[in-house]
Each structure stands twice: as structure tokens, then as C-alpha cells.
Design a protein around this ligand. Structure first.
Ligand code: 5CA
Length: 464
């Protein structure tokens, strides 16, 4: 993308309404625009990051064997009357009446609707296990929408639902989700710690929230600092292997880590004093096992092996896709702006032309742009007629992990400068070597994307 043809409305001033750094930086970097309290437009660069996060979620869901679909944002109230949640959900639910006076609502979550789909089409235990998910906009009329996309009213969520014959199988689905979420967050450059939590209006006893530690987080958390040393890394996972998934779940949840809702001061005191931590965290996901809470009242049964109908065991599993954009910025920024992890960056590399209009530098930039694009990367070429300081400030603000600076002086000795946004370190390389190095850096990220259907992946990235 050439910056002169893009839409990147960066702000010079720090917007006064934004209280936390991710909100400030998203507004300054031209990623979002507020349309009403807690409701945002996603401007092109914000939209790109949102879609990159969404792609990682899809890839990891595919790897775990979960099936994507799409349910509507608007739902009939009658479904929610069946589970008794229509009244129970309270003022957070946005209720709407259509022209025929039918009660509708903008879905805050989809347990009822997915249970309705299941009971309409699945009749036998032989069709289990099944996990369906979608990534769709949700609405919760939060009393205090704040912190930009972190606590919106309209927000983008991945929500998945497992259907299993037995409690044991459903607990495997729970563990499988836990493991696949760990991989999902790690690919985004985040450490999200599973913590014992409260199930709130979704229900059930088994639930973990995934928390990214950050001072601006809304949740108060208590944990054993040793939990922050565990990584999933690139170990091979067989998502059908019950014992392996359970072992990973146990490894990640054995140490004390809880949100304030389930905090147990006595158990916390057992941790060696030097490892006791209380801090704040951003909840970027939550998994639930709730057994037959929805399947029983809604009649979602299958014929079991003995021919008798049994209600299915279910759980639901959510990732805050739009919240993650803010959470990643909270975890990765400095005083000059955002520092995107390679996995989610909107553009892979910035090209800064120090002397726009100079035939030599223009040509070198175009060649670099061509070589990187041909290798499947998306460079952002700052081809504006602006002074170097302004171009660097924009690049630093929008946070692309790598920058190639091209100027007449360097070109005279055959070099450009490759700079890491994270460390600030630069090296001088030939333009070919600089392109080669950037392509190398992104190779592992491209390999990880292989599980997502190749056709979908291609179309996904070409129109964006
Ligand atoms: N049905 C279940 C699991 S699919 C569910 O709704 N879970 S949830 O309530 O925990 O939401 C899932 C994730 O959505 C949360 O972990 C959080 O990351 C995100 N989320 C929840 N409320 C908001 C909000 N107001 N703004 C942005 N993200 C939110």
C-alpha cells in the first residue's frame, strides 16, 4: 500500500477523552472513530488488525477441529424465554421490537440460538462430538462503556459451543479449547494466563478466564509468579488426545491464579511469599463447561447408544476479538506509539523514502516494494512529500515492527537501513539483503497459517 493512496487519518493531538494508552493510540493512529458511546467504526488500519486477529483465531480453531459458521446479530426473544434468560439478563440486553410487535434482541451471546440449531438437526450420539463457532458482533448495553474497544457496547467476539454425549467428553472439549486458546494468544505475541473465574450469566461451575497482565486491566487478579514462566511454544498438540490436552490444562492451571471473584486468601497465603502477586489484568477470553443447563430446558437431546434420549453436555468458549486489539497495544507500546507483534501487524514493513521525487530513491523504493509484495508481504510505502522527521514519527506511531529507510546518501554506497521498531536497532544492508531479511522474519508466521483453508486465506488477504 502506498500511503498517498491510503486512508490513515492520524491525529497530531492526544484526544482528551481517552483515559488509557491503547485508546489514545488507536485514535491517534487513525484506527477507530467513535460513533456513539461504546460503538466504533473501524477505519482501514484498525480494520486490518482486527482481521489479522480474526484470521489467527480461525486458523487455530481449524487446527483444533472446530467448525466455523455464522449466526445473525438479531435474535428472537422467544428463544431466550425457553432458557429463562430473557428476563434474567437484565438491562445489559438491548431489546428491540419489530414492526409486527415481535420482541427481538441484539445478541449478547449465542447459547440459545446454537442450541436451537443443534436440536433441529442432530438426533444421534453418532454425530458427536461437535464444536461449532462463529465470529460475530455482539451487543451488551454496558453501564460504563470505556477504554475504547476494550469495553465497548458493540464488540466482536468469537464464540464457540461444544456438544458432547458425556461429561467426560465435554471436559475434553473444555481442555481442548484451553490449549488452542493458549496457542492463539501466543501467536498474537501475548501471554494470557488462564485463571479460575466466576461464570456470571453464562452459568456452570467450571470456567477459566484468560488474562493479559496490564496495569490498566479492569480485573483484579492474584497469582503465583511461577505461572508466568510457562509457555506452550511450538510443541505438537494432538487435539483428539484426551490425556495430552488434560496434561497441558493441568500444567497451566496447577499453580494459583484467580480473579478477585474466586480469590481465596488462605490458599494464596500458601504460595511462597516472594512469588505472591496481586496485579491487574485484561480478560481476553473465557471458557465454560455448563453441562445440560441449556440442552435440558430447550430439549437438545440425542439418542444415546442404548436408544434412550439424553440431553447433551455443552460448554461455550469466547475470545474478545475486538478487545484484543486494545489489549495487544496495552501490552506492547512505548512513548512514541504502538509496537505491533509480527503476528498481528497491519503491514509487515514500512518503507520510508527520505527524498521523494529523487529518481534514484524513488526507484529503489519501488523495487523494494515490488520484491516484498511478490514474496507475499504487505509493505506500507510512505511516498508522501514530507520531511523525514514527520515520516519517522508516523511510522513510530503506527508501530510497524520493521522499517526500511531509503535515502540518496545510503544508496550511493549501495545500502538502505533496516530498523526494528521494538529495539530501535538499525543495520545497513543492500536493498536485496534487507528485503530478504524481512521475508525470513515473517516466514514462521506464514507457516503457522497453513491450517486455515488455503482458498479462504488467499481471498481474505487479497481484498483487505
Ligand atoms: N458465551 C460465552 C462464551 S462464548 C461468553 O459470552 N463469554 S464472555 O462473556 O466471557 O465473553 C467472551 C469475551 O468477550 C470476554 O472474555 C471478553 O474478552 C469479551 N468481551 C466481553 N464483554 C466485552 C465488551 N463489553 N467489550 C469488549 N469485549 C468484551
Amino acid at each position: 500500500m502506498r500511503l498517498t493512496r491510503y486512508f490513515l487519518p492520524v491525529l497530531k493531538e492526544t484526544p482528551s477523552e481517552a483515559q488509557i494508552v491503547s485508546h489514545r493510540l488507536m485514535l491517534r493512529a487513525g484506527m477507530i472513530k467513535q460513533q456513539a458511546a461504546g460503538i466504533y467504526s473501524w477505519l482501514p488500519m484498525g480494520f486490518k488488525v482486527l482481521k489479522r486477529i480474526e484470521a489467527i483465531v480461525h486458523e487455530e480453531q481449524a487446527r483444533a477441529g472446530h467448525i466455523p459458521m455464522l449466526m445473525p446479530t438479531l435474535q428472537p426473544a422467544d428463544l431466550w424465554r425457553e432458557s429463562d434468560r430473557y428476563d434474567a439478563y437484565g438491562p445489559e440486553m438491548l431489546r428491540i421490537r419489530d414492526r409486527h410487535e415481535r420482541d427481538m434482541l441484539y445478541g449478547p451471546t449465542n447459547e440459545e440460538m446454537i442450541t436451537d440449531i443443534f436440536r433441529s438437526h442432530v438426533a444421534s450420539y453418532k454425530d458427536l462430538p461437535l464444536t461449532l463457532y462463529h465470529i460475530q458482533w455482539k451487543f451488551r448495553d454496558e453501564i460504563r462503556p470505556r477504554f475504547g474497544v476494550m469495553r465497548g457496547r458493540e464488540f466482536y467476539m468469537k464464540d464457540g459451543y461444544n456438544f458432547d454425549l458425556t461429561r467426560e467428553d465435554a471436559l475434553h472439549a473444555y481442555n481442548r479449547h484451553l490449549v488452542s486458546y493458549l496457542r492463539t494468544y501466543e501467536r498474537m505475541g501475548l501471554q494470557a494466563i488462564p485463571m479460575r473465574a466466576d461464570s456470571g450469566p453464562i452459568g456452570g461451575d467450571d470456567t477459566h478466564e484468560f488474562l493479559v497482565l496490564a496495569e490498566t486491566g479492569e480485573s483484579e487478579v492474584f497469582y503465583d509468579s511461577a505461572v508466568t514462566d510457562i509457555r506452550l511454544g511450538d510443541r505438537e498438540i494432538d487435539y483428539d488426545d484426551h490425556a495430552q490436552c488434560r496434561a497441558v490444562m493441568e500444567e497451566f492451571t496447577a499453580l494459583y491464579a484467580r480473579t478477585d471473584e474466586t480469590h481465596d486468601a488462605e490458599a494464596f497465603a500458601q504460595i511462597p511469599a516472594e512469588r505472591q502477586r496481586s496485579a491487574r489484568g485484561i480478560e481476553v477470553g473465557q471458557i465454560f463447561y455448563f453441562g445440560t443447563k441449556y440442552s435440558e430446558p430447550m430439549g437438545a437431546t440425542v439418542q444415546g447408544p442404548d436408544g434412550k434420549p439424553v440431553p447433551v453436555h455443552m460448554g461455550s468458549h469466547g475470545i474478545g476479538v475486538s478487545r484484543l486489539v486494545g489489549a495487544i497495544i496495552e501490552a506492547s507500546h512505548d512513548e512514541r506509539g504502538i509496537v505491533w507483534p509480527e503476528g498481528v501487524t497491519p503491514f509487515h514493513v514500512g518503507i520510508v523514502n527520505l527524498k521523494q521525487g529523487d529518481a534514484g530513491t524513488d526507484r529503489a523504493c519501488e523495487e523494494l516494494y515490488g520484491a516484498l509484495t511478490k514474496a507475499g508481504l504487505e509493505p506500507l510505502y510512505d511516498d508522501r512529500d514530507e520531511r523525514a522527521g514527520g515520516k519517522f514519527a508516523t511510522m513510530d506511531l503506527i508501530g510497524l515492527p520493521w522499517r526500511i529507510t531509503v535515502g540518496p546518501r545510503g544508496l550511493k554506497s549501495g545500502v538502505v537501513e533496516l530498523t526494528s521498531r521494538r529495539t530501535g536497532e538499525s543495520e545497513e544492508l543492500s536493498p536485496e539483503a534487507a528485503a530478504e531479511k524481512v521475508i525470513e522474519i515473517y516466514a514462521p508466521h506464514h507457516r503457522q497459517a497453513e491450517h486455515w483453508e488455503p482458498m479462504a486465506k488467499r481471498s481474505f488477504h487479497t481484498w483487505l
